[in-house]
Write a protein that binds this ligand. Structure first.
Ligand code: SF4
Ligand code: SF4
Length: 446
């Protein structure tokens, strides 16, 4: 069986948040394969934990992907400050001839694919493009550990998730996919504030959880608990109308958002200050370049959470515009290929520590050691869409008994997607096109 087929059968998707089906990448051709261990979002620790706990699996996954792609170069990149993870990888590296290790400065967003590819290869991904356009494939380190397991016949049923912020005992747990966010918060000793809110993912790019019963998926590397009145929470709950009103009233066109935009600094034609100005003029057509350039935004949040001195939210404005453009069927017209970074780029990198201070997270920026998951898992909720592409089709019926690793969701014929597997043994109690619920029969702690 080819590596790509084994990956497809095991349901491996981009674990860093993208959810892109990994077998599609593995079936391509590239000259360079990059393992992304940069984990640049403040407070997230699960990739670091994976590199420390299983360096051999990560590097084997990297070598397998390199060979599948026919690549001549394989490199793993992590932040210089992750000394223990770097040591663990270095001690394992001699078992993987030809694999390089690169240490990155601790800046945000070092783990953005476009920046990572530029730092490691000197090539700039075209506007609206992907790494493969310039002969590169990038996978997150947890994804690569899953690739190594897939080739040994083990599907994705669990993952490491760090629980940080206003909790009693911040920690990283290996949990079955489909446990709830509330169970994770409880496992970390519970919230230490009266009105907690939870960000799923990092503080820069993560989203607010709707409710604590929400299940975790293959792409969730961390959750962050904060008081509801924290600016990172209040900015996420403000309405679109409020965001636009503030931008129209307050933007002074200082350009700080554009000067610190990582994509603009790579040479992409993105200028958030122009987009903010554009929305001040209702006469502008939606296909004006200052509006369609929203397609080039990766929603890293640098413009609104660090750069803007006036609390304006360019990232939010661009994200809403992107959604509107897509609804109206307007495609990305920005596709320049011959790009070069700005001369001042290296002087405009933002150290993670400064970012943490600006975000008001200094009190929470500690370690999240790996702890055993001792909570009893009564049920898991497995979403059929945990990935890019079409949702999986339920492949089980109510009442059916399953073992951990059994296929419960299949890829739709002829479509891009990913399989879903049972993450615990038990009985299927609910099946809908959106999710499958499995209840544990043993009620044993896991
Ligand atoms: S979120 Fe802001 S800083 Fe980040 S890419 Fe988009 S416009 Fe640039
Ligand atoms: S940083 Fe803020 S005030 Fe300055 S141009 Fe950008 S949105 Fe306007």
């Amino acid at each position: 069986m080819s590596t790509a087929t084994a990956i497809e059968k095991a349901g491996v998707v981009g674990a860093g948040g993208s959810g892109f089906p990994t077998h599609v990448k593995a079936a391509g051709r590239a000259d360079t394969m990059i393992a992304n261990g940069a984990e640049c979002e403040p407070l997230l620790r699960s990739d670091e934990a994976m590199m420390k706990a299983a360096p051999e699996r990560v590097l084997r996954g990297l070598a397998l992907m390199r060979d599948s792609l026919g690549a001549s170069r394989a490199v793993i990149a992590l932040k210089r400050e992750n000394v223990e993870a770097g040591d663990a990888l270095t001690a394992t590296l001699d078992r993987f001839p030809g694999v390089e290790l690169e240490l990155l400065d601790d800046v945000y967003p070092a783990g953005d694919e476009y920046l990572l590819v530029y730092e490691l290869t000197g090539r700039v991904i075209p506007e609206g493009g992907i790494p493969l356009d310039i002969g590169v494939v990038v996978n997150n380190v947890t994804t690569l550990a899953n690739v190594a397991s897939a080739v040994e016949g083990r599907p994705v049923t669990r993952r490491l998730i760090s629980v940080q912020g206003a909790v009693k005992s911040p920690a990283t747990f290996e949990v079955p996919i489909g446990v709830s966010i509330g169970e994770l918060v409880a496992a970390a000793g519970g919230a230490t504030v009266e009105n907690p809110a939870v960000i799923v993912g990092g503080p820069m790019m993560g989203r607010l959880a709707d409710q604590l019963s929400e299940p975790v998926t293959k792409t969730v590397g961390g959750i962050i608990v904060l008081p509801s009145e924290h600016p990172l929470i209040t900015s996420r709950v403000s309405t679109e109308a409020h965001v636009l009103r503030v931008a129209r009233a307050a933007c002074c066109q200082c350009m700080a958002c554009t000067e610190l935009c990582p994509r603009a600094l790579l040479g992409h034609e993105l200028a958030p200050h122009r987009t903010v100005r554009a929305i001040q003029y209702s006469t502008l057509e939606i296909d004006h370049p200052h509006i369609t350039s929203a397609y080039l935004c990766c929603e890293c949040g640098m413009c609104e959470l660090f750069a803007c001195p006036l609390g304006i939210q360019p990232r939010r404005i661009l994200a809403d515009l992107k959604a509107e453009l897509s609804r109206r069927g307007i495609k990305n017209p920005h596709t320049r290929t011959q790009l070069g970074p700005d001369d001042v780029r290296e002087y405009r990198q933002i150290p993670s520590k400064r970012l943490v201070q600006r975000l008001g997270l200094s009190d929470y920026d500690g370690q999240a050691p790996v702890e055993d998951w001792t909570s009893e898992v009564r049920q898991v909720v497995l979403l059929m869409s945990q990935h890019v592409g079409k949702p999986a089709c339920p492949a089980v019926e109510v009442g059916q008994r399953v073992l951990e690793g059994d296929v419960v969701g299949e890829i739709q014929p002829g479509c891009m997607g990913a399989r879903v597997h049972a993450s615990i043994a038990g009985k299927v109690t609910s099946v809908t096109p959106a999710e499958i619920i499995i209840e544990s029969e043993s009620r044993q702690g896991r």
